[in-house]
Ligand binder design. Structure first.
Ligand SMILES: Cc1cc2nc3c(=O)[nH]c(=O)nc-3n(C[C@H](O)[C@H](O)[C@H](O)COP(=O)(O)OP(=O)(O)OC[C@H]3O[C@@H](n4cnc5c(N)ncnc54)[C@H](O)[C@@H]3O)c2cc1C
Length: 425
C-alpha cells in the first residue's frame, strides 16, 4: 500500500527525474531539425548574444553556459566599493533569459571549446555539439612582480565584481583616517580604460566624507589615461590635494610588490599602503587560451562577424577579443554581441552578412554621485579592422557648468539601468 509519505517520495523522485531529463541537453549530436548556437560566458557579451540570437531567430536553439548562477557587473561596482550602492544593485541572474526567451542556461564551467569537433567540453566531461559557438569569457590577470594567485585576498583588484568588490569596500571602511589608499593601475590594453580613475574618484568621495585626512596615490603603469583632462579637472575641483597620480615615467612604475604587507617597490621609494588596490595587467580569459583562440594575449577576430581568425565557426566577443579601436567595455561587448548574433543568423541561413556592420560605445564615469563625464563613439567594421566614424561621438566638454555634470551623472544611471534591461530582462 502506498501511504502519504511514500507517495511524496515518489513524487519528489519523479520531479527530480523529469528535471534531469529537461536539463540533459548535453548530447554530442546536433539536432537535425534546427541550428544550435552554444554561447560560453554569461556576461555583457554572452548574455546579450544569447538574447539577441533568440530575438533575431526564435527557431534557433540557443544554449548559454555560464559558471555562476549570478552575475555581478563591474559597471557601478565602484559605487558599491565607495558605499553609494549595495551589492544587490549590481547583481543579476539568468531567469528571464530562460523563461521569457527560451534560452537553455547551463551553470557549469567549460573546459574547452573544441574547434576540431565543433563541441563545447564541460569540466564535468559532458560535451555539447554546435553549429556555431560564441565565446565571451572576459579577462584574466597576468601574475607578475610578486602579485600571485591568492594575492587578491590581501590586495584586492576588484576588477572582477562580486566578492572582490565587497572585500575592497570592507578594507576601505576599516582604513584609519589619515591612511593611504594606493592603487596600481594597469598597462594598456585592459578592461574599461576609465574604470580605475572612476574608482579613485568615488573612493576620494568616500574618504572626503568619512576620513578627510587620508590620501590616495595612483601608481600608473602608463603615462596617460582615458578622459585624463576631465578626471583631473574634477579631482582639482572636488578633492583638491587628496589624489596624487604618478605616471609610469615619473615614479609610477612598479618594480616589485609585497601584497601581504602592502608594500610596493618603485624606482624612487618603497610605498606603504593601508589599502592596496592592485589591478594587474590583463589578458583574455583562460578559456580562450585553452581553446586555442589566442595570438599573444588576446583573440584575433574578423571584426565584421567576430568569427575567430584562428578557428572556424567560433566567434569571440567582448574583452577577450581584439576589436580595437573599440575599448574593452561592457557597452562594446553588448554592441559586438548584437553584431555577432545578427551575422551568425545570416550565415546559418546562407544569407550575405551585413556589411559594414556598425557598432557603438559609450563610457560614463562618475567623479562624484552628482558629477558625471562621458566618452562616446560610433564605429564601422572594415576589412582591415574597426574604425571610429568621424564626427560621431566625442568627450564631455571641459569647464562645463554644474548642471551639465549633474545631467551626465543622471545619464550614467540611466545608461546602466537600460543596459541591464537590454541584457537580462
Ligand atoms: C571597475 C570597472 C568599471 C567598469 N565600468 C564600465 C562602464 O561603466 N561601462 C562599460 O561599458 N563597461 C565598464 N566596465 C567594463 C565591463 O565590465 C567589461 O568590459 C565587460 O564585463 C566585458 O564583458 P565580457 O562579456 O567580455 O566579460 P564578462 O562580463 O567578464 O563575462 C565573462 C563571463 O564568462 C564567464 N566565464 C568565463 N570563463 C568561463 C568558463 N570557462 N566556463 C563558464 N563560464 C565562464 C564568467 O563567469 C563571466 O560571467 C567596467 C569594468 C570595471 C572593472
Amino acid at each position: 500500500m502506498i501511504n502519504r509519505r511514500h507517495f511524496n517520495k515518489i513524487l519528489v523522485g519523479s520531479v527530480a527525474l523529469s528535471f534531469a531529463a529537461c536539463s540533459s541537453i548535453t548530447s554530442v549530436s546536433l539536432p537535425t531539425d534546427k541550428k544550435r548556437v552554444v554561447i560560453v560566458g554569461g556576461g555583457f557579451g554572452g548574455a546579450t548574444a544569447a538574447k539577441y540570437l533568440k530575438k533575431f531567430s526564435p527557431e534557433t536553439e540557443v544554449i548559454l553556459i555560464e559558471q555562476n548562477k549570478e552575475y555581478y557587473t563591474c559597471p557601478f561596482g565602484n559605487t558599491v566599493i565607495a558605499g553609494l550602492n549595495d551589492i544587490e544593485y549590481i547583481k543579476h541572474n539568468y531567469k528571464t533569459l530562460e523563461s521569457k526567451y527560451k534560452i537553455k542556461v547551463i551553470h557549469e564551467k567549460v573546459k574547452k571549446v573544441d574547434g576540431e569537433t565543433n563541441t563545447v567540453i564541460l569540466e564535468n566531461g559532458e560535451k555539447i555539439a554546435y553549429h556555431r559557438a560564441i565565446v565571451s569569457p572576459g579577462i584574466d590577470f597576468k601574475y607578475e612582480k610578486g602579485y600571485v594567485k591568492g594575492s587578491e585576498q590581501y590586495s584586492p583588484h576588484a576588477y572582477k565584481a562580486g566578492a572582490q568588490t565587497l572585500l575592497l569596500r570592507k578594507q576601505l571602511e576599516e582604513m584609519k583616517d589619515g591612511g593611504t589608499y594606493v592603487m596600481v593601475a594597469p598597462a594598456n590594453p585592459f578592461r574599461c580604460p576609465p574604470g580605475p580613475y572612476e574608482r579613485i574618484s568615488l573612493v576620494a568621495n568616500y574618504l572626503k566624507k568619512n576620513k578627510p585626512n587620508s590620501k590616495i596615490i595612483i601608481l600608473d603603469q602608463k603615462n596617460k589615461f582615458s578622459k585624463q583632462g576631465l578626471f583631473q579637472e574634477g579631482w582639482e575641483k572636488l578633492y583638491k590635494d587628496m589624489i596624487e597620480w604618478r605616471s609610469a615615467e615619473f615614479g609610477g612604475e612598479v618594480l616589485e610588490v609585497d601584497p601581504k604587507n602592502r608594500i610596493i617597490k618603485t624606482e624612487d621609494e618603497d610605498v606603504k599602503a593601508d589599502v592596496l588596490n592592485y589591478i594587474p595587467n590583463q589578458k583574455a580569459g583562460k578559456l580562450a587560451f585553452d581553446s586555442g583562440l589566442t595570438d599573444g594575449d588576446w583573440c584575433p577576430v574578423n571584426t565584421k562577424t567576430f568569427e575567430s581568425k584562428l578557428i572556424k565557426n567560433i566567434h569571440v566577443i567582448g574583452d577577450a577579443s581584439i576589436a580595437s579601436k573599440m575599448p574593452k567595455s561592457g557597452f562594446s561587448a553588448n554592441s559586438q554581441a548584437k553584431i555577432a548574433a545578427l551575422q551568425i543568423v545570416r550565415l546559418l541561413k546562407n544569407k550575405d552578412i551585413v556589411n559594414p556592420p556598425k557598432l557603438a560605445n559609450t563610457c560614463y564615469s562618475l567623479i562624484a554621485p552628482n558629477y558625471g563625464i562621458t566618452v562616446a563613439a560610433v564605429y564601422e567594421a572594415h576589412e582591415d579592422g574597426i574604425i571610429a566614424v568621424p564626427g560621431a561621438g566625442g568627450l564631455s566638454p571641459m569647464n562645463a557648468d554644474e548642471s551639465y555634470r549633474i545631467q551626465e551623472a543622471e545619464y550614467a544611471v540611466a545608461w546602466y539601468e537600460n543596459q541591464m534591461a537590454d541584457i537580462f530582462s
